[in-house]
Design a protein around this ligand. Structure first.
Ligand SMILES: [Zn+2]
Length: 325
């Protein structure tokens, strides 16, 4: 039996899993992503997580044949590292990944992807419906997509293809994105940005009543979604979010012609009916091409971890027929 490993490196958690040659998960280990002092501390946390997952599976790390990593970006693919991650403290400049992981498992077969690319690789490998043309879209603390076209998972020369959250959806640019530019999809609809966007909407909501704690420093996206259906203004916010999300997915559909768009990320996973369904309902009117099927991810919170495992099993492609077992 050959074994494979997957790593999901996020801004808050790191998880490592060991799987068998069918892709069935044998063990998982989770730890908090360290806040520093440097990127090397994050590398060490990844290695420790992998060691623990191997321990739990009764394996020595060198028995792992290949590993996949789905990570926060931006990536430096040539160096196999994360380069100045946006969602971690500034002291974390560089997180080496493929080299140290390769040393640990004594293998050159280590595949690094940004997390959404790992997501589409996971859907391709594990989903019953996995056409060659499909997209994995995350709506979470950020927004991004992993794209498969003609059976090829798009990565881009630097590994940063699919940063669709930084597409302009609002030419009026009323919201400034975390990247410093204006009108980006993510600046309206990511979990981090929804509260500020709601406050902006409140300025011209006129007579709409609301019980939302707009001025509370703890006001969050969760408050908006929880109040939907009972609060006129919360409904208005949810409707506006659906508008931008539908425009974003329309742009994706026009650019890549996917048959399926799988949607994941905390905002979508926790609010399927308020976030995913309205996108589907609006696409017929917006998309000129064939309208893709929009579905909640089949892999839940595990989509990136599963994608990393699938990458290890398939030489970085997610294509079951290219399995290197
Ligand atoms: Zn941006």
């Amino acid at each position: 039996m050959a074994y494979y490993a997957g790593v999901d490196l996020g801004a808050t958690n790191v998880r490592a899993a060991v799987a068998d040659d069918e892709g069935d998960v044998v063990s998982v280990h989770r730890a908090n992503t360290p806040n520093g002092p440097t990127g090397i501390a994050v590398t060490e946390a990844v290695l420790e997580c992998l060691r623990e997952a191997c321990d739990a599976a009764d394996l020595d790390p060198t028995q792992i044949r290949a590993a996949g990593i789905g990570s926060i970006g931006p990536l430096d693919l040539a160096e196999g590292a994360v380069d100045n991650p946006a969602n971690l403290p500034d002291t974390i400049d560089r997180i080496p990944l493929t080299g140290p992981v390769g040393q640990l498992i004594d293998s050159d077969s280590v595949y690094l992807h940004n997390d959404t690319v790992a997501g589409v690789i996971g859907e391709r490998f594990y989903s019953d419906r996995n056409p060659d043309d499909m997209v994995y879209l995350t709506i979470s603390s950020g927004i991004g997509a992993g794209v498969s076209v003609d059976g090829q998972v798009l990565s881009g020369w630097d590994g940063n293809a699919g940063e669709v959250g930084h597409m302009v959806v609002d030419p009026r640019g009323r919201r400034t994105c975390g990247c410093g530019r204006e009108g980006h999809w993510e600046a309206y609809c990511s979990g981090e940005n929804i509260p500020e966007y709601a406050k902006l909407l409140a300025e011209d909501a006129g007579s709409l009543d609301t019980q939302l704690p707009l001025d509370d420093p703890d006001f969050s996206a969760v408050d908006v979604f929880e109040a939907a259906g009972e609060d006129e203004f919360a409904d208005h916010v949810v409707d506006q979010l659906a508008h931008w999300n539908a425009l974003g997915v329309t742009n994706i559909a026009q650019a890549y012609a996917p048959l399926v768009v799988y949607v994941g990320g905390a905002v979508a996973l926790k609010n399927e009916h308020l976030v995913v369904d309205p996108i589907r309902e609006r696409l017929d009117d917006l998309v000129f091409n064939n309208v893709p099927d929009v579905q909640l991810t089949t892999l839940g919170d595990d989509v990136v971890l599963k994608g990393a495992i699938a990458s290890a099993l398939t030489g970085g492609t997610g294509d079951r027929t290219s399995s290197i077992v």
